[in-house]
Design a protein around this ligand. Structure first.
Ligand code: CO8
Length: 375
């Protein structure tokens, strides 16, 4: 099965194709092609020597392929390898992964088992098949463009890895799981940035809600707005039993509106009536109240959140993967399809909405309120 963000099939060697970036047409055996390289963010295959590292925009190169020196090494290796035969390249460059898919990023793949990027730390235990994604972006794990990009890449890598069957999301920040979307990415920014940011938000949700793997949110702190969306996009939610922590879609409190797919995910979790109240009033539920309405599945003491998540994951992993993931897809596909068939319209809507003067004013006031609360 394919995840919702669906990787495209690797093209055949004999196909001529168009570079995703420069639109140049390549013929088989041409000098300037490199082996097909999959970009986990665009979900596209590329093979243009000069463009392959820029498919996602220069600002994201480092997040995708690692350090600049790794990029340079990889560029050199790819260029040299372009002279080899395709079958040789297959064995040296492409690693067969979960679901019969192919991973063309060996550097990333090999580092995968214990990868520490700047904002998210991923630990995969290949024996149990459980990966823990630890959010470590101080102060509040807000979902910036960089954070979202890293998240999507990590999800894609784990999805492609045969040995990974379940992912636990948690936070290493005290008191906060995630403060939701980074407001600074939506405040005082131009339409181009807003569009790029929103595409990354969509991508995060598509990867998480549409994942074939078992996903569990170990919510060890507050989880407003986008943080709540991440939590309810998982298969199961375990929250720290602390009345000071809250969770909910509070967008209206910021003067903004939760998009239809935030709303749909909430409806699928707590039902129509509860969502209607929660979204209009921008309700943030305490942990006990969240349990009452089914927004979370279980409350445990703070220190047991991760261990309970791991135990729960083991139970979920006892179910045969294919049967469970087909069932999951059957439940979630209509909701996912609604966004995938309207992605561009949704981005346009967001850009128009967020750049309005009145909305910018509301966001500015909300930011000031956050700062003043501290003072
Ligand atoms: N984005 C950017 N900065 C943030 C955010 C955020 N979401 N949340 C907090 N910060 C900043 C604060 O301003 C503060 O900055 P500074 O240190 O410079 O003063 C710093 O992070 C620490 O914050 P706090 O002191 O408030 O930390 P606490 O531990 O006391 O509280 C909370 C943590 C509970 C998470 C609290 O910070 C909070 O409530 N934050 C706001 C959360 C929120 O309302 N998020 C909504 C984001 S919008 C969203 O996710 C969906 C938008 C959908 C858009 C659709 C449009 C069409």
């Amino acid at each position: 099965m394919k995840s919702a963000g669906g990787a495209k099939k690797i093209p055949k060697e004999e196909d001529k194709d168009v570079c995703g970036r420069c639109k140049k047409i390549f013929l088989p055996g041409g000098e300037d092609i490199v082996p097909w390289v999959f970009c986990p963010l665009c979900m596209e295959w590329f093979h243009c020597t000069s463009c392959v590292f820029f498919v996602c925009g220069p600002s994201r190169q480092t997040s995708i392929y690692g350090s600049t020196s790794q990029l340079t090494d990889m560029a050199t290796a790819l260029r040299q390898s372009a002279k080899l035969t395709f079958s040789g390249l297959c064995s040296s460059f492409f690693l067969h992964c979960r679901n019969g898919r192919v991973c063309a990023l060996p550097y990333v793949h090999n580092r995968r088992h214990n990868s520490t990027s700047s904002k998210i730390k991923v630990d995969l235990d290949s024996t149990s098949g459980i990966a823990v994604m630890n959010f470590q972006s101080p102060p509040v794990n807000s979902l910036s463009l960089d954070f979202l990009t890293e998240f999507a890449i990590n999800m894609e890598k784990l999805e492609m890895d045969k040995s990974c069957r379940g992912v636990i999301l948690t936070s290493s920040q005290p008191k906060v799981f995630s403060a939701g979307l980074d407001i600074m990415e939506m405040y005082g920014k131009g339409p181009e940035h807003a569009g790029e940011f929103w595409r990354a938000v969509q991508e995060m949700w598509l990867k998480l809600y549409g994942s074939d793997m078992v996903t569990i949110a170990a919510i060890n702190g507050s989880s407003p707005a986008g943080g709540c969306l991440m939590s309810i996009s998982c298969d199961y939610r375990i929250m720290a039993d602390n009345p000071r922590y809250s969770i909910g879609l509070n967008e209206t409190l910021l003067g903004i509106v939760a998009p239809f797919w935030f709303k749909d995910t909430m409806v699928n979790t707590v039902g129509h009536r509860e969502t209607e109240k929660a979204l209009q009033l921008g309700l943030l539920y305490s942990a006990p109240d969240a349990l009452k309405i089914g927004l979370v599945d279980q409350l445990v003491p703070q220190e047991s959140v991760l261990s309970t998540a791991t135990e729960t994951m083991t139970k979920w992993l006892a179910i045969p993967d294919h049967a469970r993931s087909i069932t999951k897809s059957m439940m979630r596909k209509p909701t996912i399809d609604k966004l995938t068939s309207n992605r561009e319209t949704d981005i346009k809507y967001f850009v128009n909405f967020i750049t309005r003067e009145s909305i910018q004013k509301s966001l500015g006031m909300y930011l000031a309120m956050l700062k003043n609360r501290k003072a």
